[in-house]
Design a protein. Sequence first.
Length: 59
Amino acid sequence: IELKPQSIITDFELAAINVSRSKFPDTNNKGCFFHLCQNGWRQIQRCGLAIQYGNDEHF
């Protein structure tokens, strides 16, 4: 069986991106929206901005 996916969704880990690109060079690699949002929320918390984020609609 020869796999030819049109796209692959991975988290933003470089190892996963690199291996998918090497094994499927003609495939569109997309980042996972859930993991992108999760990382953004962690950065907001790390910077001490979670309360401001929750209270300010223009944050």
